[in-house]
Write a protein that binds this ligand. Structure first.
Ligand code: TYD
Ligand code: MG
Length: 472
């Protein structure tokens, strides 16, 4: 009886199944189940003698709690997202589409650390050492004291790193290329990715080195997504951006040692990633002043105010089901705003295609963007440009009321700093703005703002896009 524990593991979600199936029960993907060893190497079934547990001491909750020792990378935008630097012995997973700039970011971070005298090791499983060197030279980091290797065996990597001084930072690029002898599965499979990650995490905890694992996010089931690793690591960072834009946003999806709502903003240049300390200026740099359908949203990302343009296009359609397309915002949020516009403001967009876009490739999560989105939509429909010096923020409730949002003062301050002269904001937020330095236009109900914008469209002779008064 030496039958091994064979299971079929979905290469998309990591779900396990006892027999092969065409479709994964867990995630619904087709042809993703692959036979894998469970990695224990033990025979299946009962009859395995139970191990006697070792006793350990339990500790009281009351006790000294020390701040996790951190090591700042020196890249302010990166440190902002990690919560102040890499924590000793912690493991970070950096995910992102291929080609977004993960390797570039990490070679820059490793170089910054080595510049301040810390040992940093960069292990590439995808590129040869010469390629990594070439990239570093292009970035002007040819002389950095980063130690390089092109290796994929986790055992060899751990053995090498365990010698000499413990590195402060180890970059593994990428986890999908790593493999360990402990698991009998092909590199790139979920089992291998999980096994390799486990071993590297154990190394980090034991040695105190901070380890960053790079993980590609692919939509097809070929390469195991790093989803399974997300639960094992201390922090998950996601590097995002639109292919056509130079902006890259680093976001913490999970962080055991810091906040998850901060973003770091970078710009991809010919000389690598440049930190963007003032994202508002960047996001507003290509503004199309005076055209209908654009509104500037005064948002907050973590602790930092970010001003960004929201663009809407509302056009009559001949389709039975009109199109609703959103980039950078939630689809459900747009549907909600459209429903409120219809129910409480008499604006029926059932015969119109609606496109909404957040400029610069930023992704907005805040409900505070409702008011700016509504303003942009109505502005496009009425063909009435909004004032170029106005910012908008406020949450729209299902009853059509405009509700207050957090940090109104910080939003107004940023708007003033960037030369805006007025703000359209929730009625209830007015009290928070003690000395705003810009004209306030408080809105109690959405319909008030909508009729004001529509009236402006009539005055400027807004054309055929305007809604005919069809409601009773
Ligand atoms: P890379 O870091 O290799 O991406 P990833 O590791 O996430 O797959 O970045 C690759 C892209 O970045 C590539 O399309 C070229 C671009 N790039 C620049 O624009 N400037 C640079 O200085 C570098 C190094 C890369
Ligand atoms: Mg890479």
């Amino acid at each position: 009886m030496s039958r091994r524990n064979q299971t079929f593991v979905c290469q998309n979600c990591g779900g396990a199944s006892a027999r092969w199936q065409g479709k994964c029960d867990a995630c619904g993907e087709w042809n993703t189940l692959v036979e894998e060893d469970d990695g224990t190497g033990r025979p299946a079934g009962p009859g395995r003698p139970p191990r006697k547990g070792r006793r350990f001491a339990l500790e009281a909750m009351a006790g000294e709690a020390r701040e996790a020792p951190r090591l700042a990378s020196g890249m302010a935008e990166l440190d902002r997202v990690t919560g102040g630097g890499f924590v000793r012995g912690s493991v970070i997973l950096l995910g992102g589409d291929p080609g977004i700039g993960k390797s570039t970011l990490l070679i820059q971070a490793a170089a910054a650390l080595s510049r301040s005298g810390h040992r940093a090791v960069y292990i590439s499983g995808e590129e040869a050492v010469a390629q990594v060197r070439m990239r570093a030279e292009r970035l002007g980091l040819g002389q950095a004291k980063v130690e390089l290797a092109a290796e994929t065996s986790v055992e060899d990597i751990v053995a090498t790193l365990s010698e000499g001084a413990t590195p402060r930072l180890v970059v593994i690029d990428s986890i999908q290329t790593m493999w360990t002898d402990a698991v009998e599965a092909a590199p790139g499979t979920v089992t291998q990715v999980r096994g390799s990650a486990q071993m590297l995490i154990r190394y980090a905890k034991r040695s105190g080195a901070a380890v960053i694992l790079v993980g590609h996010v692919t939509k097809d089931g070929q390469i195991a997504g790093p989803r399974v690793v997300e639960h094992m690591v201390d922090a998950v960072l996601s590097f995002e951006g639109e292919g056509s834009h130079q902006f890259r946003v680093l976001r913490a999806v999970k962080n055991r040692f810091g906040p998850t709502d901060e973003i770091g903003v970078f710009e991809m240049t010919g000389l690598g990633l440049r930190e963007v300390a003032n994202p508002s200026e960047l996001f507003l740099s290509e503004r199309d002043l005076g055209s209908p359908g654009t509104a500037v949203f005064a948002g907050i990302e973590g602790t930092r105010p970010v001003l960004v343009e929201i663009q809407a296009l509302v056009a009559p359609t001949t389709l039975g089901t009109p199109r609703r397309a959103v980039v950078g915002w939630e689809n459900s949020r747009l549907s909600m705003v459209l429903a409120v516009l219809q129910a409480h403001c008499g604006i029926n967009l059932g015969g119109h295609d609606v496109y909404l876009n957040v400029a610069g490739g930023l992704r907005i999560m805040e409900p505070a963007a409702d008011l700016a989105a509504a303003a942009a939509l109505v502005s496009s429909l009425a063909n009435a440009p909004l004032p170029a010096d106005a910012v908008y923020f406020g949450e729209v409730s299902l009853s059509g009321a405009v509700r207050p949002v957090a940090q109104a003062a910080a939003r107004l301050k940023e708007a003033q700093k960037l030369g805006f002269a007025r703000a359209v904001l929730p009625e209830a937020a007015r009290a928070e703005a003690a000395d705003p330095g810009l004209a306030l236009h408080p809105v109690g109900a959405l319909v008030g703002m909508v009729s004001e914008i529509a009236a402006r469209g009539e005055k400027t002779g807004g054309n055929g896009h305007r809604r005919e008064p069809e409601d009773g």
